[in-house]
Design a protein. Structure first.
Length: 408
C-alpha cells in the first residue's frame, strides 16, 4: 500500500487537518468583527451601526460571488488557485489590521468576502484525494465545523487579544496563523488537478437541475429560520431569558459548542443514503425544529425554559449542512461532472442568502413586533423547508436505481 493510501486510512491526517484549519481561519476572520465591533468603531471614530454594516456587506458579497469564483477556479490548476486565493485572503486581513479609516476596512472586508466561499468550495474537492469514501461525509462535516470551532474558540481568543492589545492585533493574530497555514499547505496538500473541459457558462446548467433548485431552496429556508433569531441572540439572552450581563459571553460560548455538535452530527445524518436522500431525511427534523422555534415565545414568561431552548436550537442549527452538500456533489457527479467546483460552492452560497434573508426579516420583526416573536416567524421558514424537502422525495427511487447500476 502506498504511503498516501496509508495516510488516507487515518481520517485526521495532515492534509485533512490543514483543510479544517483553513475553514477555521475563514470563520475566525468572518466572525471576529462581531467580537471587536465596539473597539473598531472607537478606533476609526465611526458608529457601531456603521461597523455592524460590515457583517451584512460580507454576506451580500459572499453569496453571489462564491458560485462565480468556484466555476472560474475549475478552469485552473487546483493547488495553485487555492494558494493564490489564500494569498488574497491574507492581503485582505493585512489591510484590516492596518486600515487607517473605515473606507479601507470596507475594501478589505470585500476582498476577503470575494475569495472565502471559493476557498471552502475548493477545499471540498480534495475529499477523494485526502481521505477514503467511507469518511467522505465526515470530511464535509469537519470542514464546515471549522467555522463553528472559530465561533467557540477563535472569536473569544481574538476578542481577548483585541481587549488586551487593541483591535488591530486580533487581525495580526489571523495573519500570523494564515502564514503558518500557507506553509503547511505547500508541504502537505496534493498537487493533482481535474481541470474542467467545458466552458465557464455551460457549468451553470447545474442550476437547471430540479434537484439542485430544491436543495438550494431548502438550505435558504433552513438558514433563514435560524438567523431570524440568531442575529439577535445576545438581546434575546439579555432581555427575554434575563442572563446577567457578565455571563452573556459564557452563554455565547455554550451556544457555539451546541452549533459545533450540530455540524458534526449533521455529518452522521448525511451518511444515510446518496444524492437527495440524506436531505429528505432531515424533513422530520425540520418539523421538530419548527415546533421548538415557535415555542421560543414562551421564553418571555419562563426564562429557564428559554435558556435550555436556546442550547437545543443551537444543536439544530447546522444539521442540514452535510446532507445538502452531499446532494450538490452527488447530483453534479451523476449529471454535471464538469460543474463539480460550482456544486461544492452551493452550500456556502445558499446559506449566506439565508443569512441575509433571515437577518433582514428578523430586523423587521424585532422593530415592529418585538424579540419574543422572532421564534414563531423562524418556524414559518422551517415549514417552507419541510415543503421543499417533500418535493425532493420522488427523486429518491431514480437515484437508487442509478447507484445500483453503478455497483453492478
Amino acid at each position: 500500500m502506498a504511503k498516501s493510501d496509508v495516510a488516507k486510512e487515518r481520517f485526521f491526517n495532515l492534509p485533512v487537518i490543514v483543510l479544517i484549519s483553513l475553514s477555521f481561519m475563514l470563520g475566525m476572520s468572518e466572525f471576529i468583527v462581531v467580537g471587536v465591533l465596539p473597539d473598531i468603531a472607537a478606533g476609526l471614530k465611526v458608529s457601531e451601526v456603521t461597523v455592524g454594516n460590515l457583517v451584512s456587506l460580507f454576506a451580500f458579497v459572499y453569496a453571489p460571488v462564491t458560485p462565480l469564483g468556484s466555476a472560474l477556479s475549475a478552469r485552473f490548476p487546483r493547488f495553485a488557485t487555492h494558494l493564490t486565493l489564500v494569498g488574497v485572503f491574507l492581503i485582505g486581513n493585512v489591510l484590516c489590521a492596518f486600515a487607517s479609516n473605515y473606507g479601507v476596512l470596507v475594501v478589505a472586508r470585500i476582498l476577503i468576502a470575494l475569495v472565502s466561499g471559493t476557498l471552502v468550495a475548493i477545499a471540498m474537492t480534495y475529499a477523494p484525494d485526502v481521505t477514503t469514501e467511507q469518511y467522505r461525509t465526515k470530511f464535509i462535516a469537519w470542514v464546515f465545523s471549522g467555522f463553528s470551532i472559530a465561533s467557540v474558540v477563535g472569536v473569544p481568543v481574538g476578542t481577548w487579544v483585541a481587549n488586551t492589545f487593541g483591535w488591530r492585533w486580533a487581525f495580526h493574530l489571523v495573519n500570523v496563523l494564515t502564514v503558518v497555514l500557507i506553509v503547511l499547505m505547500v508541504m502537505v496538500l496534493p498537487r493533482n488537478s481535474r481541470i474542467v473541459k467545458i466552458g465557464f457558462l455551460p457549468q451553470f446548467r447545474l442550476f437547471f437541475d430540479r434537484r439542485i433548485q430544491l436543495g438550494v431552496l431548502t438550505v435558504v429556508f433552513g438558514a433563514a429560520a435560524s438567523y431570524v433569531f440568531y442575529t439577535y441572540l445576545t438581546p434575546i439572552m439579555r432581555d427575554e431569558v434575563h442572563v446577567p450581563e457578565q455571563y452573556l459571553s459564557v452563554g455565547l460560548v455554550i451556544f457555539g459548542a451546541a452549533c459545533l455538535w450540530s455540524n458534526l452530527y449533521g455529518g452522521k445524518l448525511a451518511d444515510r443514503g446518496r444524492g437527495v436522500e440524506p436531505l429528505t431525511h432531515i424533513r422530520p427534523i425540520y418539523c421538530a425544529h419548527a415546533v421548538l422555534m415557535a415555542s421560543l415565545v414562551v421564553a418571555h414568561w419562563v426564562p429557564v425554559y428559554g435558556a435550555l431552548l436556546l442550547v437545543v436550537l443551537g444543536m439544530f442549527m447546522y444539521l442540514q449542512n452535510s446532507a445538502s452538500q452531499v446532494l450538490y456533489m452527488d447530483v453534479a457527479s451523476q449529471s454535471h461532472p464538469g460543474s463539480l467546483n460550482l456544486a461544492a460552492s452551493l452550500n456556502s452560497m445558499s446559506f449566506n442568502i439565508g443569512i441575509a434573508l433571515g437577518s433582514a426579516v428578523g430586523g423587521l420583526v424585532n422593530a415592529h413586533l418585538g424579540l419574543m416573536w422572532l421564534g414563531p416567524v423562524g418556524a414559518i421558514f422551517l415549514l417552507c423547508a419541510v415543503g421543499v424537502t417533500t418535493l425532493l422525495r420522488p427523486f429518491i427511487a431514480r437515484e437508487r436505481d442509478f447507484y445500483a447500476k453503478q455497483q453492478a
